[in-house]
Design a protein around this ligand. Structure first.
Ligand code: ATP
Ligand code: MG
Length: 494
């Protein structure tokens, strides 16, 4: 057991829900940990009239007025290390999955509120972060070390996109962290269950403060998740963190601030909420090779009300991330899932993180899709459209059908490239929807079975060669031959 050096002793003067005021401390500092009872802790967040104000953590009902409060005179730190993989912990990094003590020691402790890496420690983002969501990887490519906001109304598939990205990291050596902030207990359990079923828990840490946890813990939990990730990043690993979701985080902080009688600002949020979130987002990034070359990729989730992206918290977060994936309710309801609105979604890192093959195949895709959507609106009112327009509409239709993807089934890159190549070869244009569906479902397995060399090459080298194209053509030809469909363009290229 580590020894504890108590430096100062104060007394609880007042408690108000999950906040306490403590007198008698002359030297304590903001961000430090207080020990209030065996199972209750506090984190100092400010001072008023000679009292220290603390957010209570742990068993807050044990704290009574008049209790002694022990100040440890050090910044709030948590243990970190490999032992956390596969575990569920709370905001204090204590296990809550009933699997007992997280044994591994010797990795030291990390401060929860650590300073973000400086400019000289970082390098530009150049490596792809594969989400496995076809529409994202093809049109909004994400890089390792990027912060991509997932924004949208309630029930639009925000969590599902992040879960898919997380499941897609299987076998890729990426450490994943799912940080639950203020979600219901059942939705947390559902997420954990999904990780267990899919085998993702082995490379994942769940850091949770659900809706019934003390507000102080909900406030703290994203920083804990960050600190746990930083350990791996410092050791040259790639880390992926999902914050589900920061709207709740802002709410909790607003609640706590109002209880503290701090002056409310816009939408009654305290003025420092911007600082709070930007400080968090800064901690993502890509380390330079001298610092180990590790990275942290963030997917913060934020809720909007009736699609309003100009709300205070959403617009703050848009300004401090490298892009956003906007989920649209009407698209979701119309069955276009994942319901990503390509008009409002961007990745400011851009296609430089894509492999040459992906870059070539997706160069105009986003534009084509947007043009198709515009065309669709006009074509609805006109009955006689030109042949060229008809062709464009048909291409758009096929593209839309390829973009549809059920959650829980991330697509490997090779599968995405096969889809994109089929699109470029225009072989799906003449086919009915059922045939395209059959193609979507089976072509990858078929290629794996009959053309494993093609898949290996797509995964390994990711370079376009005439030989590779020819082999893919052959693969398509054989696939459709089995279905009794002969494609003219493929026939002529044989
Ligand atoms: P909340 O606002 O409650 O957090 P959310 O925006 O995170 O919701 P999800 O929980 O991810 O949304 O998804 C809502 C529902 O939509 C779920 O039942 C999920 O299974 C379904 N769903 C999400 N994505 C897809 C998809 N690509 N295909 C089919 N169903 C989907
Ligand atoms: Mg959700």
């Amino acid at each position: 057991m580590p020894t504890i050096h108590i430096q100062e002793v104060g007394r609880v003067k007042e408690t108000k829900k999950s906040i306490a005021k403590i007198t008698g401390l002359t030297q304590c500092m903001i961000g430090q940990l207080m020990r209030l009872s065996d199972h209750a802790r506090g984190i100092v967040v400010g001072f008023s009239r000679g009292e220290a104000v603390v957010f209570l953590l742990g068993r807050i009902e044990e704290v009574r007025i008049g209790d002694l409060a022990y100040s440890l005179m050090e910044p709030f730190t948590i243990p970190v290390g490999e032992g956390f993989l596969g575990r569920v912990v709370n905001a204090l990094a204590e296990p809550i999955d009933g699997k007992g003590f997280i044994g591994e020691v010797g990795h030291g402790e990390y401060p929860v509120f650590r300073k973000a890496p400086g400019v000289l420690q970082r390098v530009p983002i150049t490596r792809t972060f594969e989400t496995g969501v076809f529409i994202v990887d093809a049109t909004i490519p994400i890089g390792k070390g990027q912060r991509e906001l997932i924004i949208g109304d309630r029930m639009t598939g925000k969590t599902s996109i992040c879960m898919d990205a997380l499941l897609n990291q299987k076998g890729k050596g990426v450490v994943c962290i799912y940080c639950c902030v203020g979600r219901t207990y059942t939705s947390l359990l559902k997420a954990i269950e999904t990780f267990k079923e899919t085998g993702a828990l082995g490379y994942t840490i769940v850091v949770a403060a659900h809706a019934a946890s003390p507000s102080g813990e909900q406030y703290l939990v994203p920083y804990t998740a960050c600190a746990l990730g930083e350990y791996f990043m410092d050791h040259g690993r790639d880390v992926f963190v999902v914050f589900d979701d920061l709207t709740k985080h802002a709410w909790v902080y607003r609640q706590l601030s109002l209880l503290l009688e701090r002056p409310p600002g816009r939408d009654a949020y305290p003025g420092d909420i911007f600082y709070l979130h930007s400080q968090l987002m800064e901690r993502a990034g890509q380390y330079s090779p001298e610092f180990g070359g590790g990275s942290m990729t963030f997917f913060p989730i934020v809720d909007t009300l009736h699609g309003d992206v100009t709300g205070y918290i959403p617009s703050n977060l848009i300004s401090m991330t490298d892009g956003q994936i906007y989920m649209n309710t009407s698209l979701f309801n119309s069955g276009f899932r994942p319901a990503i609105d390509l008009g409002l979604s961007v990745s400011r890192i851009g296609n430089k993180v894509q492999s040459p093959v992906m870059r070539e195949l997706t160069a105009m895709l986003r534009l084509e899709y947007m043009r198709y959507n515009e065309l669709l609106k006009i074509a609805r009112f006109r009955t006689n459209v030109s042949g060229q327009t008809d062709q464009r509409l048909r291409e758009g239709e096929v593209l839309t059908q390829l973009f549809l993807q059920i959650n829980g089934e991330p697509h490997p890159v090779a599968r995405q490239i096969i889809f994109l190549y089929a699109l470029r070869r225009k072989i799906l244009l003449t086919m009915p929807a059922t045939e395209i569906d059959y193609f979507k479902k089976n072509i990858y397995d078929f290629a794996q079975r009959k053309y494993p060399d093609v898949i290996d090459e797509l995964v390994g080298k990711m370079e376009w060669t005439p030989q590779l194209r020819r082999r893919l053509d052959e693969c398509f030809f054989e696939f459709f031959m089995e279905r009794g469909v002969v494609i003219k363009s493929l026939e002529s290229s044989r």
